[in-house]
Design a protein around this ligand. Structure first.
Ligand code: 13P
Length: 248
């Protein structure tokens, strides 16, 4: 069984004033056995890594460029994230696929760059509401997994996050059957593609996970944790989700 992971994606939220929440989170996870990760905006990666020093909290980026250095104004590379204290990086989030036109090919190149820098890639996939209504959710996610993962993927260097686009920030979640169907499907696809390593990859669910619905989601087979947006911003909320994961 892969070790469970509670990951928080702060998106474009957080400043130096966020230190109190991070300190509270670090204190709250002392007795917790699952892995806990926070991915703040790039400006906070280095400060958060120092706030988290001595705790079990891991820190990650939310994106990286596919190249290690070069003339790419405004971009940040995987080695730079590692240098700032990150151990993980979220890649291919649906907000980046939508806002920045990121394709599976680009996500694959970025994932390769993350691996080369020693970072664990949290690769996001998920269908739109239109695609689900058209009965295409499994096909879409299967194609995203096939297109977004480079060679050399292992359970140690990659995590997959299933985030249905229509469930992000909306308070709506798929039924537990729908989550179970998708996670079983992803497990099958990965096991076929990667053999034993495909069984080791952590499969996170993301999209309106809250303390109140976390336990039932974590009871679904092949759900190895969550990628949490809004509810990861406050330590008290995120700790509620982390405790539910630990108890699952
Ligand atoms: P919410 O938890 O706010 O729905 O966001 C989910 C998400 O996009 C995490 O990456």
């Amino acid at each position: 069984m892969p070790k469970k992971l509670a990951a928080g994606n702060w998106k474009m939220n957080g400043t130096s004033a966020s230190q109190t929440e991070v300190t509270a989170l670090c204190g709250g996870i002392e007795q917790v056995s699952c892995d806990v990760l926070l991915c703040p905006p790039a400006t906070l990666v280095a400060p958060m890594a120092s706030w988290a020093a001595g705790s079990t909290l891991s820190v990650g980026g939310q994106d990286c460029h596919a190249n290690a250095t070069g003339a790419h104004t405004g971009d940040i590379s995987a080695p730079m994230l590692a240098d700032a204290g990150a151990s993980h990086v979220i890649l291919g989030h649906s907000e980046r696929r939508a806002d920045h036109g990121e394709t599976d090919d680009l996500v694959r190149a970025k994932t390769q760059a993350a691996h080369a820098a020693g970072l664990i890639a949290v690769v996001c996939v998920g269908e739109t509401e239109e695609e689900r209504d058209a009965g295409r959710a499994l096909d879409v996610v299967g194609a995203q997994i096939a297109g977004s993962l480079p060679g050399g993927v292992t359970g140690a260097n990659t995590v997959i996050a299933y985030e249905p686009v229509w469930a992000i920030g909306t308070g709506r979640t798929p039924t537990l059957d729908q989550i179970g169907e998708m996670h079983d499907f992803m497990r099958d696809v990965l096991a076929r593609q990667l053999g034993d390593q495909g069984r080791e990859l952590r499969l996170l669910y993301g999209g309106s996970v809250k303390p109140g619905n976390a336990a039932e989601i974590f009871a679904v087979p092949n759900v190895d944790g969550a990628l949490v947006g809004g509810a990861s911003l406050r330590a008290a909320d995120f700790l509620g989700i982390i405790r539910a994961l630990d108890a699952a």
